[in-house]
Design a protein around this ligand. Structure first.
Ligand SMILES: NC(=O)c1ccc[n+]([C@@H]2O[C@H](COP(=O)([O-])OP(=O)(O)OC[C@H]3O[C@@H](n4cnc5c(N)ncnc54)[C@H](OP(=O)(O)O)[C@@H]3O)[C@@H](O)[C@H]2O)c1
Length: 288
């Protein structure tokens, strides 16, 4: 059985990944406080003890505001932590999957969707950290896949982490019943976390390199939120629950969509965002 070591194992992605693939792979899930990726010696020791074939490095501080307010800590975890993991991969001859983000494009002037060939210009500390780590890892490792995720979504699940995501955020709006402004000038790629996880291990068979991940999405955040409420059976309450925010990002639309055609050519396919959202709501039978 091949061995996979996860960092950031208690997070939204890795908790679901482990449950889904635990029978086919021997998986060691690591996270704080047992393994801090900034502790170089501990990382090396853990990797030597487990001797993984693959490492999925998902540990990160992913909060944009937190990273902007704590740039040194953000760099230590998001960049130095990634380098420590890469060093340990090299030491035990493990292949590394580095999870990066669409946010590397959050200051590009040209609109998305962005391809892997386009030059990213990040504005936030988090985006800068991820791009910095990407560039340094490419210098260090030959056996490296860099996956730039779009915004993952899914419902809370037993024993799994939950993060703010478009589906959960919309459900919270409905539960709280307080009218909320939602911008119509923001465009993001979206990924149903299980659609990704179900086919994730195909990554191990494709050429090393950088890939954009997830569903294509042509809708604004406001339109996607309407689509979610409609699919949850709350169409009649849309006007009570959300209000179109025409001011936020008016001067320049926030567009961090990724073109995911490259990974599709290697057999990882994602349905359109609208269908992915409907599929998730139907799977969880979340019709009110
Ligand atoms: N979710 C998305 O929509 C999305 C989109 C694009 C890219 N990504 C990237 O995908 C990866 C996984 O995302 P996710 O949503 O699963 O993230 P997540 O839920 O925030 O999980 C990250 C995990 O890393 C842990 N961590 C933080 N600092 C650490 C350290 N020094 N050592 C070891 N572990 C540490 C966190 O612990 P604490 O919670 O205790 O801090 C958390 O359990 C991340 O690298 C993220 O940047 C995610």
């Amino acid at each position: 059985m091949k061995k996979i070591l996860l960092t950031g194992g208690n997070g939204f992605f890795c908790t679901r990944f482990k449950i889904r693939h635990d029978k086919k792979y021997e998986i060691l899930s690591t996270d704080l406080p047992e393994l801090d990726v900034t502790d170089e010696q501990d990382v090396i020791k853990t990797f030597r003890d487990f001797n993984p074939d693959y490492v999925i490095h998902a540990a990160a501080i992913a909060s944009t505001d937190f990273c902007n307010n704590h740039p040194e800590l953000a760099h230590k975890v998001n960049v130095q932590g990634a380098l420590n993991v890469a060093n340990a991969c090299k030491d035990v001859h493990a292949k590394m999957v580095f999870i990066s983000t669409e946010q590397v494009f959050n200051d590009n002037v040209e609109p998305g969707p962005y391809t892997e060939e386009m030059t990213p210009t990040p504005k936030t500390m988090y985006g800068k950290n991820k791009l910095d780590a990407e560039e340094q890892l490419k210098q260090m490792l030959d056996e490296l896949w860099i996956l730039r995720f779009t915004w993952l979504f899914g419902f809370p699940e037993k024993d799994c982490g939950i993060n703010p995501n478009i589906l959960w955020n919309t459900l919270l709006i409905a539960l709280q019943g307080k009218k909320t402004k939602v911008t119509c000038h923001e465009y993001r790629g979206l990924t149903y976390v299980h659609e990704l996880i179900d086919q994730f291990t195909k990554i191990f068979d494709i050429p090393y390199g950088t890939y954009h991940i997830g569903s294509h999405n042509a809708l604004s955040r406001y339109d996607i939120t309407c689509h979610i409420l409609k699919n949850m059976g709350l169409e009649d309450r849309i006007k009570d629950l959300i209000e179109k925010d025409t001011e936020k990002y008016k001067a320049k639309a926030r567009d961090v969509r990724l073109c995911t055609d490259k990974i599709r050519r290697y057999g990882l396919t994602f349905c359109d965002s609208k269908d992915a959202i409907k599929h998730c709501i139907d799977t969880f039978k979340f019709k009110i």
